[in-house]
Design a protein around this ligand. Structure first.
Ligand code: TA6
Length: 291
């Protein structure tokens, strides 16, 4: 039985949800409640859209995003796991781990007029991964890793969120002032954040000692996007700008102007080591406030 037929059999479509398969192997869950609508790709366990009632989409997806097995979908909230960035030892391994190009299992789905909950699961021989997605006027993601192997497991990970913005040159980010960061655009130099973050070129930074909410201030959309993380002391801020966007090839025309990545992470020194039977949850609560 195909994944789509299995899902339609286990979770028959109703007024709150239905499934689609825009391309072979790319199955999407579409959710509608009175408080918000969302689209979640079972391929990659990736939230692609979240629109609270009377709001613009929280998330950005490239007009040129690939929807094809074996390729990452450019946008939404890719799950980087069980490593963030390049593999620590294997240069041939895919960037950002394996699960964003893999079908996940839908374990639970419930939706009423006020809120929805989606439980996705991925397992390999030693680790279980669960993504609990809760949607009401806010979007909450809880990524839980459980080590069911016989030895310690060290993982890095990130919820690689692409947020929709009016224009990269008009926004600024607060919440990371005075925090140390690794500057991936300048030879991974160790730096300290001075003041708020503004953008006038490619920026790719992994912050540490993160201990409060990170906010994207967007006067063009008259909103503030608040990102509150738990189980995480690191965060990544990224804009590819012009040249990197061209190299990536799936950013769309000027797509870089309408997105910024602020990623909830366990990256670099914030790696997590789980003993046998141990588990860890990285979570992000994403909300929109009027500016
Ligand atoms: O999170 C920032 C980053 O690591 C950048 O260095 C850039 O590579 C971005 O992720 C996108 O990576 P991807 O593999 O999705 O093209």
């Amino acid at each position: 039985m195909s994944q789509l037929n299995d899902l339609n059999s286990r979770f028959p479509a109703n007024s709150h949800w239905h499934f689609s398969e825009p391309a072979p192997g790319i199955v999407l869950l579409h959710i509608h409640s009175d408080t918000s609508t969302a689209t979640i790709s079972l391929y990659g366990g990736q939230v692609l859209s979240f629109r609270p009632r009377n709001q613009d989409d929280l998330l950005w997806v490239s007009d040129d995003a690939h929807f094809a097995e074996g390729k990452a979908i450019r946008g939404g909230i890719p799950v980087c796991w069980p490593w963030f960035g390049p593999h620590p030892t294997d240069a041939d391994a895919p960037a950002h781990g394996t699960v964003r190009k893999t079908p996940w299992q839908l374990e639970e789905l419930e939706c009423n007029h006020q809120h929805a909950k989606v439980l996705l699961r991925y397992s390999d021989e030693n680790l279980n991964l669960q993504l609990a997605i809760t949607l009401d006027t806010r979007l909450h993601l809880a990524l839980t890793t459980e080590n069911h192997g016989a030895t310690n497991a060290t993982i890095t990970s990130a919820l690689h969120s692409y947020f929709a913005i009016s224009d990269i040159s008009d926004i600024h980010i607060t919440g990371l002032e005075d925090k140390p960061f690794r500057d991936a655009v300048n030879s991974n130099r160790a730096c300290l954040q001075r003041g708020v973050i503004r953008f006038n070129g490619e920026l790719d930074r992994v912050y540490q000692d993160v201990d409060k909410a990170i906010c994207i201030h967007d006067p063009g959309l008259k909103r503030i996007i608040r990102i509150h993380n738990t189980g995480s002391k690191s965060a990544v801020v990224w804009t590819p700008w012009i040249d990197k966007s061209k190299r990536l090839g799936d950013m769309g025309v000027n797509g870089y102007r309408q997105m910024v990545c602020v990623e909830s992470a366990n990256a670099d020194s914030d790696a997590i080591t789980l003993p046998p039977g141990g588990q860890h949850t990285l979570s992000a609560l994403l909300s929109i406030e009027d500016l």
